[in-house]
Design a protein around this ligand. Structure first.
Ligand SMILES: Cc1cc2nc3c(=O)[nH]c(=O)nc-3n(C[C@H](O)[C@H](O)[C@H](O)COP(=O)(O)OP(=O)(O)OC[C@H]3O[C@@H](n4cnc5c(N)ncnc54)[C@H](O)[C@@H]3O)c2cc1C
Length: 441
């Protein structure tokens, strides 16, 4: 590698994406300087100026060039351009197979890491691909209170890092990168990464989770990262003292709204229906905050436009309201009210889309939203898809429970199912090689 360019990262406290950016450079063996802007107004202003007005950390610079936040940095990593900027040479030519593995696991969320622990212990030496959200969704939460074994609760990033360490101890190899395609028309599977690297594998566990949804409304692209966010725990503290709007009616929306009361003047929740989808526990927590005057709920209300600028952030939003619910479906109804509403920050908490594009064309069955269909039911093989050798685990399969502990449970099942599949494969191969195989019983 040629001489390393200067890498600078502006960070803040309690910032999962700052940790992801640091982990990415650590994994590449690249040294960097960090500047923590928390509580340092001068440094914060410096960051905002150098980042062309963006008020979100991390902000990454390579040799004084603005790379941007975590999304921009990981997007560059996806195409291999980040390595070029860092002077890191890629192994192998495009299309050439770098390595064959028994098992590749897509994702380092709770499902992928649990699968990696089990597969490592099963001597399947898994290669675990981090994807564009290393550590998965749980790295976005500061407090996990319902994961068994931690009576005082545990931070999401800490839990994930412990699991990564545990997986490595058992021989799992974790690698940065994103799987672009899995080719299943012949065996072994051909697994191609977005940066051009290619691996082959006898089995694949899809534990690629689900990504935060956006609304696709005017102002969204321009203001994402400038007052609009999909992660309250990441960005809430930047808008201290402002009125904040949370969009959504499920657990994530309730949790984010409750969290934001720490910083906001008032938190508003806009939900398109009358009833919340969230667990009763979270609805009760929100109602306590409503009684304390910290949260206000706007039911049957949707956002149709975000207004503001990258220099000044979010200024106000356009809302529509209709007592019958789903007001954007009733824009022609005379009872639909449209009004402007001043807020300093907006947080989308409107669900997730499963990350399954890389499995298209494999023959793996998915539902209308793209969630993987697995065997389910009783007995072994519950995580099998309808393509032998491809297994599914965690939120990418389970649109219903979507919990860390259920993802972990499915991760362990997928590794055990994959182990059985790999053993059968080995047995079949050695039989067809003419070896005498002892019977199981
Ligand atoms: C803010 C927040 C708070 C939460 N709090 C709790 C809580 O307190 N308790 C609880 O039980 N649950 C909580 N959850 C839910 C919990 O985080 C999820 O249920 C859990 O993380 C699902 O794990 P997973 O491994 O299936 O998927 P994810 O965590 O989504 O991980 C998916 C992984 O796949 C990778 N990936 C995606 N596409 C590709 C690709 N093409 N190639 C390679 N890799 C890919 C991603 O980079 C990521 O590493 C919370 C979720 C959020 C967002």
């Amino acid at each position: 590698m040629s001489e390393q360019p200067r890498v600078e990262i502006y960070t803040k406290e309690d910032c999962p994406y700052c940790e992801k950016a640091k982990d990415l450079f650590d994994a590449k063996g690249i040294e960097y300087e960090t500047y923590n802007v928390t509580g340092d107004d001068e440094l914060f202003e410096e960051m905002v100026e150098r980042a062309n007005g963006r008020k979100t950390a991390p902000e990454v610079f390579i040799d004084d060039e603005l790379i941007g936040g975590w999304d921009d940095t990981s997007a560059l990593d996806e195409t291999g351009e980040l390595d070029e900027k860092l002077g890191i040479e890629r192994e192998g030519e495009d299309g050439e197979v770098l390595e064959h593995r028994k098992l590749i696991i897509a994702g380092t969320g709770i499902a992928g890491l649990t699968a990696a622990i089990y597969a490592g212990r099963g001597d399947n030496e898994p290669l675990v691909i981090e994807g564009d959200e290393p550590g998965g969704q749980l790295t976005l939460t500061t407090d996990v209170a319902n994961y068994p074994g931690f009576p005082e609760g545990i931070g999401g990033p800490e839990l994930v890092n412990n699991m990564k360490e545990q997986a490595r101890q058992f021989g799992a190899e974790l690698k940065n990168g994103i799987i672009e395609t899995v080719e299943a028309s012949s065996r072994p599977f051909r697994v191609e990464m977005t940066n051009g690297d290619v691996y082959t594998a006898d089995a694949v566990i899809a534990a690629s989770g689900a990504s935060a949804r956006t609304l696709g409304i005017p102002g969204e692209d321009e203001l994402m990262g400038y007052g609009l966010s999909t992660c309250a725990t990441c960005d809430g503290a930047f808008f201290r003292g402002e009125d904040m709007l949370v969009v959504g009616g499920g657990d994530a929306a309730m949790e984010e709204a409750t969290f934001l009361t720490k910083f906001a003047d008032t938190v508003y929740i806009a939900h398109r229906r009358e009833e919340f989808r969230a667990e009763q526990y979270w609805v009760n927590r929100v109602h306590e905050k409503v009684e304390e005057g910290e949260i206000e709920i706007m039911k049957n209300t949707e956002v149709t436009e975000l207004h503001g600028s990258q220099e000044e952030g979010v200024d106000y939003v356009t809302l529509v309201e209709n007592d019958k619910g789903h007001p954007t479906d009733r824009l022609d109804d005379p009872e639909t009210n449209e009004f402007e509403f001043d807020v300093g920050a907006v947080f989308f908490a409107i669900g997730h889309t499963p990350n399954t594009e890389y499995l298209e064309g494999t023959g793996v069955e998915m539902d209308d939203e793209g969630y993987l269909r697995t065997q389910g039911g009783d007995g072994g093989g519950q995580t099998e898809t309808d393509v032998p050798g491809i297994f599914g685990a965690g939120d990418v399969v389970d649109y219903h429970y979507q919990q860390a502990v259920t993802a972990a449970g499915m991760g362990s099942k997928a590794a055990l199912d994959a182990d059985e599949y790999l053993e059968d494969l080995e047995r079949t191969e050695s039989t067809s090689d003419g070896e005498v195989v002892a019977a199981d019983d």
